[in-house]
Every structure is written in structure tokens, then in C-alpha cells.
Design a protein around this ligand. Structure first.
Ligand code: ZN
Ligand code: ZN
Length: 314
């Protein structure tokens, strides 16, 4: 995907003066209960059932985001059976990251304006130093954000029965993310596999926006060229925690490829899930990495931090 510079600033990127009280209250509440969950776990160690639930409730909703929301719904990296898609969209809602429609559109803005201050909704380059990192991580979510006009709606998702169904049932689905661990393992289940797990997965997802645009290795093509069109990085720690999404520089270089770990043994669990679905015939039209990839010239141009010094390069 090629980033395109729009000459004028979109009418309503993060309006930094209008704080979103709703976001602050919801995220503040989640973090307070998650902190209590940690203290409580030290006071009375949770059972093995709680830890199994913790892992399951971490992995499945996160795959809903990485495989479902991101690689399929946003980038069309593969197609799958309608029931598989429904399961992924339900898991995605249980990650408490919003309904699929808004998630997809916000992410498309990020790719379109990748790392251009004032245009990308969550680039660390928005501010210098730690302030920019915090802005990309969570700060942008604490302000009212209205997407630029061309990203305000998706005709496909507006007409899509599953996306419309998820919008109608989003709140009950998100609450199920807490109700299921409570029903299975009581208060310990709710605190650890519900609240603490949701908060940790949020931070892991947010790290793709912050850490993976700051620290790590650049993407490299088959000729040894380095991708420089933005400041995205492949970060090994985020790769592990975020089911392969830490190969973020690879992803910016080739957004539609369903596999972010390009090498055969890259640690990319989301890729393994898509491979498994394809093997049993539940996924198809999988966009796989091309070992002969050579970046185009505009992908080699100095951008990102360089752009801050010299101005827009494209
Ligand atoms: Zn990015
Ligand atoms: Zn993406």
C-alpha cells in the first residue's frame, strides 16, 4: 500500500482539546480493577482453572483482533467460511477494542497517513520523545476522534449483515468477556481472566502502535533494501505477546499479506491459525509472502523521523 500525502489537514483528526470523558472513565475503571486483581492474586493465589481461563481468554479474543479484525477485515489478506468469520468477529468484540467497523476504518487511516504528524491518528512522531510514545500508545484514545471524510464509513461493512449484527450486539458480546470467566471461576476468574487479561491485551495491542513505531528492526526485501517509508519496526517482544503482530515493519511494507512473519519459521501464531484454516479448507485466497519481493522506490525514501527533519518527502 502506498501512503499518499493529502495537502490539507483533514477536518477532524484527533481534536486534542476535546477530552473524551467516556474513554477516560472506561479505561480508568478497567485499570483500577486490574490493579486490584494483581493485589488480590498475591493475597490469595488463584486456582489452575483461573490460569487456564486467563490464557484462553487472552488468546482467543486476541486472535479475533489479529486474524479477524486486522488481517481479514481491514486488509483482506484471506477469505474464510462465514462461520469462521462469525467466530472471529465475536472473539474480536470480546477483546473490548470496539466494533469491527470503527476498528477497521481507524486502522486504514493509520496506514494511509503512516507516521505523518497531524494526519496519522496514533504516530509516536506526533510529539517528540516520551510524549509521542504515550500519545501513540493510549493518549489518542483519550480524545474525541472523528475520522477524515474519506474514512468515515465503509460501504462494504455498512451493508454487511455480520458487521451490522456485531454492532447491535457489541455491548453484550464485550460483557461476555467478563461474564464467562465469572461463570466458570467466580470472582477470581472475573478479576484475572476478565479485567486483568483485558487490560494486558489492550496494552499489547497498543504496543503495536507505540513500541512498533519506535524500537526494533526495519523490514528488508530480498535484495537487502531497507523499508523507510515510515517508522514501523519489527519488535521481537511484541511479536511474541501479540500473536505475530510485532512484525509491524513487514506489515507496513506489505499490508495485504496475511502472513506478517515472512520467513518459514517466523514466530507468527496468527499466520499459523490462517495456515491451519487453509489446510482444512476453511480459508482460501490467502495472500502469502513473495520471497522475491523487492521494495518500490517510494518505499526506500527517507521518511518517518527523516521527514520531521526535512518535511514531507512524497
Ligand atoms: Zn503501524
Ligand atoms: Zn494493518
Amino acid at each position: 500500500m502506498t501512503a499518499t500525502v493529502t495537502p490539507e489537514r483533514p477536518v477532524s483528526l484527533p481534536v486534542k482539546r476535546q477530552v473524551s470523558l467516556q474513554s477516560i472513565l472506561v479505561l480508568g475503571f478497567l485499570h483500577l480493577v486490574a490493579a486490584f486483581a494483581v493485589v488480590n492474586a498475591f493475597r490469595s493465589p488463584p486456582s489452575a482453572t483461573v490460569w487456564v481461563l486467563f490464557v484462553a481468554m487472552w488468546v482467543l479474543p486476541q486472535l479475533g483482533i489479529t486474524v479477524g479484525y486486522h488481517r481479514m477485515e481491514t486488509h483482506n489478506g484471506f477469505k474464510c467460511h462465514p462461520w469462521v468469520r462469525a467466530v472471529l468477529v465475536v472473539f474480536g468484540a470480546m477483546s473490548v477494542q470496539g466494533e469491527v467497523n470503527g476498528w477497521v476504518l481507524n486502522h486504514r487511516v493509520h496506514h494511509h497517513f503512516q507516521d505523518q504528524p497531524g494526519l496519522d491518528p496514533h504516530s509516536p512522531l506526533e510529539y517528540p520523545g516520551i510524549k509521542g510514545l504515550l500519545w501513540a500508545h493510549v493518549g489518542w484514545l483519550l480524545f474525541r476522534y472523528e475520522r477524515p471524510a474519506q474514512f468515515r464509513t465503509s460501504a462494504r461493512l455498512e451493508a454487511d449483515p455480520l458487521a451490522r449484527w456485531q454492532r447491535r450486539w457489541y455491548v453484550p458480546l464485550a460483557l461476555a468477556s467478563f461474564a464467562i470467566p465469572f461463570a466458570v471461576a467466580g470472582w477470581d476468574g472475573l478479576l484475572l481472566a476478565g479485567f486483568l487479561r483485558v487490560v494486558l491485551v489492550l496494552h499489547v495491542t497498543w504496543s503495536v502502535n507505540s513500541v512498533c513505531h519506535k524500537w526494533g528492526k526495519r523490514a528488508i526485501d530480498s535484495a537487502g533494501n531497507v523499508y523507510l517509508a515510515d517508522d514501523s519496526r519489527n519488535n521481537w517482544m511484541v511479536e511474541i505477546l501479540a500473536m505475530g503482530e510485532g512484525y509491524h515493519a513487514n506489515h507496513h511494507a506489505q499490508p495485504t499479506w496475511a502472513f506478517h512473519g515472512w520467513k518459514r519459521f517466523s514466530f507468527d501464531p496468527s499466520k499459523w491459525v490462517i495456515q491451519l484454516l487453509a489446510t482444512v479448507g476453511l480459508a482460501w485466497a490467502v495472500r502469502r509472502p513473495d520471497p522475491a519481493l523487492v521494495f518500490k522506490s517510494h518505499q526506500l525514501a527517507g521518511a518517518g523521523e527523516d521527514r520531521q527533519r526535512v518535511g514531507p518527502t512524497r
